[in-house]
Ligand binder design. Structure first.
Ligand SMILES: [Ca+2]
Ligand SMILES: [Ca+2]
Ligand SMILES: [Ca+2]
Ligand SMILES: [Ca+2]
Length: 447
C-alpha cells in the first residue's frame, strides 16, 4: 500500500514503469524498500543517497540543490517536478561510476563547467529530465572503460538543450571487445553548440570496441554541428540502429557517418545546413519534409494534424509510449519524433459498420467480412475498419473480434438490447475505447 500511496504524489509514474525501470531490482525487492525524503529527512540529496540501500527511492521536493550527486547502484533519485526541482553544480552535476540499475528522473540538471550527467562504465535510466545549459560539457556523457562490459542505459523522455554536446556515447577501452548499447528514446535534443548525438568507438590501442545503441523516436533539432555523428575510425563494425527520428535544421550534417555500419530507416531528415546524410547506405522508409511541429521555437515538438511524420515510422525496437505517455502506435503505425499523434475523438454510431446510419444484418456481415473475408468483397469493410474502428467495436471493449459480430446479432435477433453508446445518435466514444485513427471519415455523422 505504501508504494501505491507514494506513487500518487508523483503523477507521471505508473506501476508498469516502476517494474520496468526505476525499480530495476524488481517488485519483490521493492516491497521492503523505503522512500527517503529530501529535504525533510536530509537537506542534501547526496546525504540521502549515502544513507540508501538498493531498492530505495530518494524523493526530492522542488527547490534548487547546489551539489554533485553521485549515484548508487539500485537506488532511484526522483524529483517531484522537473521544471522546479533543480540540481546545479560547477563540475559534473550527476555522476555514475561503476553503477548498475540506478535511475535519475524528474530534475532540471545543469553544470557550469562540466557535464550534466557523466557516466563511466555504468548502467542506469535517465528519464523525464531537462538537461540544459552545460555549455562546457555534454548533456549526457557516457564512457565505458572497463573490459568486456555491455552498457544498457536507457535515456528516455528527456529534453537535452543548450549544452556543448547533447549526448556523447563513447566506447573507449584498450583491448577489450567492448560494446556500448542501450536505448535513446523520445528525447528532444536541441540547440546544443556541438553535435546533437555523438556515438563513438575508439581506442588508443588495438581492441574491438563497438558503440551501437538504439536511437529511436527522438527529435534532434537546431544543433550547431551534426544532428547525429557516428565515429568509428578504426572500423570495429559498430551497428547502431537509427529509426523514427526527426533530424532537422542542424547546422552540420543530419546524419554524418564516419565508418560505422548503421541501420538508418524511417527517419525524417530535413533542412540540415551541411546536407541530410553523409555515408549512410540504406535509407528505407525515410523522408525529407517539414515535420510540421506545433511550435519548434518555443520547444513544442508535437506534430500538427497532417504532419508527414504521422504513421511514417515503424515498430522495430521502438518505445511503447510517446513523450506524453500516449500508447504507441496510434492509428496505422508508429509516428516519427517524440510525439505519437492522437487523433481527435470524432462522432460515430456504434455497430454501423457499413456507414449507413443505422444497424442491421449487413453490419454484422461487414464485421465478419473484415475479420475473415478475403478478396474484393471484403475490401470495403476492411477500408471502413481503418476509417472508424470504434464503429466496429460493437461491445465497446477496445478490440474488434467475433464477439462484436455476435453483439450485433444479439441486438437484432436475440433481445440482448441496444449496443453501448453512441448508438442511436452520433456521439463520441470514451477515450478508452477510441481505437486508432478517430472517425473523421465516418460519413453518417459528418454534416
Ligand atoms: Ca501513429
Ligand atoms: Ca502524443
Ligand atoms: Ca449499417
Ligand atoms: Ca469489441
Amino acid at each position: 500500500m505504501r508504494i501505491i500511496k507514494s506513487l500518487s504524489r508523483f503523477a507521471r509514474n505508473s506501476l508498469i514503469e516502476l517494474c520496468l525501470v526505476c525499480g530495476i531490482g524488481g517488485l519483490e525487492s521493492r516491497l521492503d524498500a523505503k522512500d527517503i525524503l529530501v529535504p525533510s529527512q536530509y537537506s542534501k540529496i547526496q546525504d540521502a543517497v549515502n544513507s540508501a540501500s538498493a531498492g530505495d527511492r530518494i524523493l526530492v521536493a522542488p527547490g534548487t540543490y547546489i551539489e554533485q550527486i553521485s549515484l548508487k547502484s539500485g537506488v532511484t533519485v526522483q524529483g517531484e517536478d522537473r521544471e522546479t526541482t533543480e540540481i546545479k553544480f560547477n563540475n559534473d552535476a550527476v555522476v555514475a561510476t561503476n553503477i548498475e540499475d540506478s535511475c535519475i528522473r524528474g530534475f532540471t540538471i545543469t553544470s557550469s563547467d562540466g557535464n550534466g550527467i557523466n557516466m563511466y562504465n555504468s548502467y542506469l535510466e535517465i528519464r523525464d529530465n531537462i538537461i540544459q545549459d552545460s555549455k562546457k560539457g555534454n548533456g549526457i556523457y557516457a564512457r565505458v572503460g572497463r573490459s568486456s562490459t555491455v552498457n544498457l542505459s536507457g535515456v528516455i523522455n528527456n529534453v537535452i538543450e543548450n549544452n556543448k554536446r547533447g549526448i556523447h556515447y563513447w566506447a573507449n577501452v584498450c583491448d577489450a571487445n567492448l560494446i556500448v548499447r542501450g536505448t535513446i528514446w523520445n528525447n528532444i535534443v536541441s540547440n546544443n553548440s556541438g553535435e546533437g548525438i555523438l556515438l563513438e568507438a575508439s581506442s588508443n590501442c588495438m581492441g574491438s570496441n563497438k558503440c551501437e545503441p538504439w536511437v529511436i523516436n527522438n527529435v534532434i533539432y537546431g544543433n550547431e554541428s551534426d544532428g547525429i555523428k557516428l565515429n568509428d575510425q578504426r572500423q570495429y563494425g559498430s551497428t547502431p540502429y537509427i529509426s523514427n527520428n526527426i533530424i532537422a535544421k542542424n547546422k552540420g550534417v543530419g546524419i554524418n557517418n564516419d565508418q560505422m555500419t548503421p541501420t538508418v530507416a524511417y527517419n525524417d531528415v530535413w533542412d540540415n545546413t551541411g546536407g541530410d546524410y553523409n555515408n549512410t547506405a540504406s535509407l528505407a522508409g525515410s523522408i525529407s519534409a517539414d515535420p510540421q511541429f506545433v511550435n519548434p521555437n518555443s520547444g513544442d515538438f508535437h506534430l500538427q494534424a497532417g504532419s508527414p511524420c504521422i504513421d511514417a515510422g515503424r515498430p522495430t525496437n521502438a518505445p511503447l509510449e510517446d513523450i506524453d505517455l500516449n500508447v504507441r502506435p496510434q492509428c496505422r503505425d508508429y509516428d516519427m519524433g517524440i510525439d505519437e499523434y492522437v487523433y481527435p475523438s470524432v462522432k460515430f454510431k456504434r455497430g454501423d459498420t457499413n456507414f449507413s446510419g443505422s444497424v442491421n444484418i449487413a453490419d454484422a456481415v461487414c464485421i465478419l467480412s473484415y475479420l475473415f473475408g478475403s478478396g474484393a468483397s471484403s475490401v470495403d469493410c476492411k477500408d471502413r475498419y481503418t476509417r472508424c474502428k470504434n464503429a466496429f467495436d460493437s461491445n465497446s471493449d477496445g478490440t474488434v473480434n467475433l464477439a462484436d459480430a455476435i453483439k450485433v446479432l444479439g441486438h437484432l435477433f436475440g433481445n440482448t438490447g441496444d449496443l453501448p453508446e453512441p448508438f442511436k445518435n452520433c456521439g463520441n466514444g470514451s477515450a478508452k475505447y477510441n481505437l486508432g485513427c478517430g472517425c473523421e471519415d465516418y460519413s453518417p455523422c459528418n454534416n
